[in-house]
Design a protein around this ligand. Structure first.
Ligand code: ATR
Length: 330
């Protein structure tokens, strides 16, 4: 496996990392600490070194899980975490985005404590705060680099123009955005900016939140309580769900021709879009993590890539409901 550098940060990672969100929230119940730590340790053994979390995930529980798993093997992992979105501490409801220095200071100290470390490798603004100039937020984040608390900076779901503005204040090593066979809008809105500043694109939900793995069917839907069942995921809403499942058949056909799994094809497609792209598929299961790492060995033919390229335009449903879209490509 050839590691890829995150921007020009000097941080090198396995192009298949681990998105940790689902271990604590959103995709069904949280795993136990024991199961989570076991998965995270096994991931290191499998060669994964890029672990992505956020203050938001499980309202601190996800960072605490990583702290429990990694505090005694800190040198083996690149930890990325994020701040910005705020939640009601009692209900967990999302209340906005706060990119102020005051909120950043509070969040970073809490993240360091939860992660049981004295530095964060990659610190992201999780969503752009529309009321705080990006230069102000990134200026504050740059102080954390000077103070040795953070090694590199990132933005998530920022537009290309915002990235360029931010990069003028301090080098931005990574833009994290949703990118997959089903979600290619960032090619027009964000990827140009990523390439202009020499950052990496960290692709989240590269498996289409599980849809592209073939694990879901008309009969086997996300369980009750999974946020993909609610109004938060238009692509899983009734009607769109079935139409999108039909598109997954094409991914399965390509996988069958290669003797691979759909998840491997989905990841190989993303990784094949450029050397500056990293993936962080999420999983709670070691077997799935091992399968996903198999994508590193997979090469799609030009014809297969073109077949997959055609799918995004046919996808039903937006990435997020309109109420959540204001901070996307912001
Ligand atoms: P996100 O970045 O939001 O976590 P994703 O990486 O596109 O989204 O997809 C994550 C989903 O894919 C999870 O529901 C995960 O379920 P498990 O915890 O059961 O694994 C699912 N997933 C990941 N790898 C998979 C695989 N190889 N086969 C089947 N499902 C997989």
């Amino acid at each position: 496996m050839i590691k890829r550098e995150i921007g020009h940060s000097g941080l090198f990672v396995n192009p298949v990392g681990l998105g940790c969100m689902g271990l604590s929230e959103f995709y069904g119940p949280a795993v136990t600490v024991e199961a989570g730590v076991s998965l995270l340790h096994s991931a290191i053994d499998e060669g994964v070194n890029h672990f992505d979390t956020a203050e938001l995930y499980g309202m601190g529980a996800n960072e605490r899980l990583l702290g429990e798993a990694f505090h005694d093997r800190r040198d083996k992992v690149i930890i990325a975490t994020k701040f910005g979105p705020t939640r009601d501490p009692k209900t967990g409801a999302m209340t906005g985005v706060d990119g102020s220095e005051k909120n950043m200071r509070r969040a970073v100290e809490q993240s360091l404590k939860h992660l049981r470390t004295d530095y964060i490798d990659l610190y992201y603004l999780h969503r752009v705060d529309l009321d705080t100039p990006i230069e102000e937020t990134v200026g504050a984040m740059a102080k954390l680099v000077d103070e040795g608390k953070v090694r590199a900076l990132g933005l998530s779901e920022a537009s290309g123009a915002t990235l360029v503005k931010a990069n003028a204040v301090h080098p931005i090593a990574a833009l994290q955005s949703e990118y997959s066979i089903f979600s290619r809008d960032i090619e027009d809105t964000q990827l140009g900016g990523v390439r202009e500043i020499g950052a990496s694109l960290v692709a989240y939900s590269p498996l289409g939140r599980g849809m592209l793995t073939g694990a879901f069917t008309r009969d086997h839907k996300p369980a009750d309580g999974d946020f993909r069942r609610g109004q938060f995921q238009p692509r899983f809403a009734e009607g769109a769900y079935e139409a999108n499942l039909d598109l997954v058949e094409e991914v399965k056909a390509v996988a069958d021709a290669l003797g691979a799994t759909p998840s491997q094809v989905a990841l190989a497609w993303v990784l094949g879009r450029g050397e500056d792209i990293l993936t962080i598929p999420g999983t709670t299961k070691l077997a799935n993590l091992e399968t996903n790492l198999g994508a590193l060995e997979l090469r799609l033919t030009d014809n297969q890539t073109e077949r997959l390229n055609a799918l995004a335009d046919k996808v039903s449903g937006a990435r997020y409901p309109s109420a959540r879209s204001a901070n996307i490509n912001a």
